[in-house]
Design a protein around this ligand. Structure first.
Ligand code: 5AD
Ligand code: SF4
Length: 450
């Protein structure tokens, strides 16, 4: 049992470590907001913290292992400072709950993916009672799904905005529905209000987040879909850029495709996870589209908005994937030529349908396929970046470049990183930049006076 935290007027120091996706980044910001109200200020060094919040990811086995090894390292800190509070949130917290408290006896609090919205209250409860606890949602009911927003004093140029939580799709490999619950959309009025507040604090670009934003609006009282939400954001706010992630191909409508051509602030980039190129594998994954349907949608989208950049996710080595199936994935990436790709080796996740499939692919074969896929995609990505050379792009400046000393950095509408000479005071501005060189992960440019 840890010692009760002494109440004092001195600010308490909060260290936040986030694993996983942008959803988690957003949740970590929410946690910082709530804990700021209790007097916690963020610090950069974990060793100086009074409270450590660890936001976890369980989407793949590797992500979960990282969490366990990080937690293991915290034992030493707790021994040196018994007043240190440690809270674990996110998907691993939701999945393991009490088991985490049992395994790591120095944890104070485990908060599930929805209980995280009440973290301030839960922490106070722990402090008052001196009792450790795990707070999870069982079928989605633990505290408010979306909490009222207060904006951090200094958000960056880009801010995430959650528009929905959970997922109803039940892809055979995916743990998300189990840990994030059923899909729920946030009311448009609340989303618009949050964006307006972010604008007031200097945010120029919003990243709309949801497991499947294309099904936004289902179950809301007022009839609205995702395209409708995008149109309202453009009409009712002055935000310079809008991005969103992530989309399910089966729910990508023609109306949404038209938004890319119609709405100036909507960035010309779509992340559209395909997962595999073989229809047999797609069916076993329960993706509910064929590779042909995916290709058709991409062709239609490119006709509507020729400058659109496309990125995707692929899993190799899904149970039952033969060399021939994998060949179809290679064919698909050759045909589509994604601008970028995130690819993963299949990993068994507890309680998913695929974890019960008998015909698991040999680890070495899956690793080899991943290397082959990533090698080919790197060449395509580089070719596509090189094709940018000479073009004039609008770049939203995000601040000083971490990679190139003395330069500033930003992104094109297509989500390519550009580094170039310029004053840090240009942060938040959209500048015309001529692309002069291209690499695998970024472009180099010069500000154009044309
Ligand atoms: N194994 C490997 N990759 C997975 N993903 C999700 N679940 C698994 C799993 N069990 C990948 C998918 C998804 C991305 C976020 O993570 O490609 O789109
Ligand atoms: Fe990880 Fe998925 Fe949970 Fe995000 S939603 S933290 S990617 S398991």
């Amino acid at each position: 049992m840890s010692e009760p935290l002494l109440h004092s007027c001195a600010p308490r120091r909060l260290y936040v470590q986030t694993f996983g996706c942008q959803m988690n980044e957003y949740d970590s910001l929410q946690v910082q907001r709530q804990l700021a109200a209790l007097g916690y200020q963020p610090v950069e060094e974990m060793n100086r913290a009074d409270l450590i919040f660890l936001n976890t990811c369980s989407v793949r086995g590797k992500a979960e292992q990282k969490v366990h090894s990080f937690l293991g390292r915290l034992r030493r800190l707790k021994e040196a400072n018994p007043a240190l509070r440690i809270i674990v949130g996110g998907c691993v917290a939701q999945q393991l709950g009490q088991k985490l408290l049992d395994r790591f006896e120095y944890l104070d609090l485990v908060v599930g993916t929805r209980a995280v919205n009440s973290i301030g209250q839960l922490l106070q409860q722990v402090e008052e009672s001196g009792r450790r606890g795990a707070f999870l949602h069982d079928d989605g009911n633990c505290g408010p799904v979306f909490q009222p927003q207060e904006i951090l004093p200094q958000p960056g140029i880009t801010a995430p905005v959650t528009i929905m939580q959970g997922c109803n799709n039940h892809c055979a490999y995916c743990i998300v529905p189990a840990v994030r619950g059923a899909e729920r959309s946030r009311r448009p009025g609340e989303i618009l209000e949050e964006i307006r507040l972010l604008e007031l604090s200097g945010v120029r670009e919003v990243l709309l987040l949801g497991q499947n934003v294309n099904s936004y609006g289902r179950g809301l009282e007022e009839p609205i879909d995702f395209a409708g939400l995008l149109r309202r954001i453009v009409a009712e706010t002055r935000v310079a850029r809008i991005r969103f992630t992530t989309s399910h191909p089966k729910d990508l409508t023609e109306d949404l495709m038209n938004c890319f051509a119609e709405l100036g602030p909507l960035c010309k980039h779509l992340h559209l996870p395909v997962q595999a190129g073989s229809d047999t594998i797609l069916a076993r994954m329960n993706r509910r589209y064929t590779a042909g349907e995916y290709r058709e949608k991409v062709a239609r989208l490119r006709r509507i908005c020729p400058q659109i950049a496309l990125t995707s996710d692929i899993i190799v080595g899904f149970p039952g994937e033969t060399e021939e199936d994998f060949g179809k994935t290679m064919e698909l990436i050759e045909d589509i030529r994604f601008d970028n790709l995130f690819s993963f080796r299949y990993s068994d996740r507890p309680n998913t349908r695929a974890s019960g499939f008998a015909d698991k692919v040999d680890g070495q074969a899956a690793a080899r396929r991943l290397v082959e896929l990533q090698g080919r995609q790197a060449a395509i990505t580089l070719e596509k970046n090189l094709a940018e050379t000479g073009s004039l792009r609008e770049v939203l400046v995000e601040g000083p470049s971490k990679a190139s000393h003395g330069q500033i950095t930003g992104r094109t509408s297509q989500n390519r990183i550009v580094n170039f000479e310029g004053p840090v005071s240009a942060t938040g501005k959209i500048l015309p930049v001529r692309i002069v060189a291209a690499y695998l992960h970024s472009l180099k440019g010069t500000v154009s006076s044309e």
